[in-house]
Write a new protein. Structure first.
Length: 73
């Protein structure tokens, strides 16, 4: 989890990742699957944080935009 964060890059990474951008309520603003190395995401102005996950997790979990995620730490 990266907070605060409304955009990420995967420069110099060697593998793909899944990424969730969440607002302050924990709602998924954007779900990106299989973000490849040397990529840059757009800015998601309403995002408070980004959650980086192993590639394939979003597909396995069925997580998509509009879902709520618990922000408990």
């Amino acid at each position: 989890m990266i907070k605060p964060c409304n955009s990420i890059h995967t420069w110099f990474m060697r593998f793909s990742i899944d990424v969730l951008f969440l607002d302050k309520a924990g709602r998924v603003i954007k779900a990106l699957s299989d973000l490849r190395p040397f990529s840059l995401t757009p800015l998601y102005f309403n995002a408070l944080l980004a959650v980086e996950l192993p590639a394939g997790v979003l597909k396995l979990s069925g997580t998509s935009e509009g879902d709520m995620v618990s922000l408990e730490e």
